[in-house]
Ligand binder design. Structure first.
Ligand code: DC
Length: 228
């Protein structure tokens, strides 16, 4: 058993609600929440700022090593991502950074750097960590693994609703196109692609409300806790 509790790994494709669900689970069980996508986004954002070649694995690893990475506690259960003392939030959420992060996430050296950092962030347990390869690669030893899925159409519709609720414009066809391309890139890459770990629980949330998905994961957590 780890000093602070279990590691709960949540993996799944873009826009499936891993962050929303993961934060709700973390709040319910009193754990912290770590989004590993934000780490890839932070590095991609910095590389874009510096005008670096996004295909240069060694250059990106050198950059990542020079940065001071911190994961201070945020407002809710979520840990923030800060590099060189700057907490990154809105600047890393747009599609430009999203696409760049998916691109650099193909690179073996970048992935190794991220894996080491992510293991350090979660090794003591008491954490819900979401991403693409947490159960399959970063924490193959996680005490609870969930693979959250939903149809591309359902994910695109939810994303469009979210944007409209924020008063932003949303083109459903364009969002669907982004999602399908991102899925292909994240699942089709050679290094640690998005896959369901054999021992992960598969939850399809296409027509299941968020609260029910959270209930299901908390129930799995209670069972896993008894087993460890
Ligand atoms: O979840 P997100 O959209 O914030 O992640 C951005 C990109 O980072 C995603 O397209 C793929 C990559 N990523 C990854 O390869 N492995 C992870 N564990 C998390 C994210």
């Amino acid at each position: 058993m780890r000093p602070k509790g279990l590691v709960i790994a949540i993996d799944g494709p873009a826009g499936v609600g891993k962050s929303t669900v993961g934060k709700m689970v973390a709040a319910r069980v009193g754990y912290s929440f770590v989004s590993t996508g934000k780490m890839y986004r932070a590095l991609a954002w910095k590389a874009l700022e510096l005008g670096l070649d996004l295909g240069d694995d060694a250059g990106l690893v050198a950059l990542a090593g020079r940065l001071k990475w911190e994961f201070p506690k945020g407002a809710g259960p979520e840990a923030d991502v800060a590099i060189d003392g700057r907490t990154l939030d809105r600047e890393i959420t747009d599609e430009r950074v999203g696409k760049a992060s998916s691109g650099i996430a193909k690179l073996a050296g970048v992935r190794l750097f991220m894996k080491d950092m992510q293991r350090l962030a979660g090794i003591d347990g008491g954490v819900v960590m979401e991403g693409r390869d947490i159960g399959s690669n970063v924490f193959p030893d996680a005490e609870l693994k969930v693979y959250l899925d939903a149809s591309p159409q359902a994910r695109a519709e939810r994303r469009a609703q979210q944007l409209r609720a924020q008063g932003l414009e949303a083109d459903l066809e364009q969002i669907l196109d982004f999602i399908v391309k991102r899925d292909a890139q994240d699942s089709g890459r050679k290094n640690n692609p998005l896959v369901k770990a054999p021992d992960a629980h598969y939850l399809d949330s296409t027509s299941v409300p968020r609260e029910k998905v959270v209930d299901a994961i908390v129930e799995l957590f209670e069972r896993a806790r008894k087993a460890f």
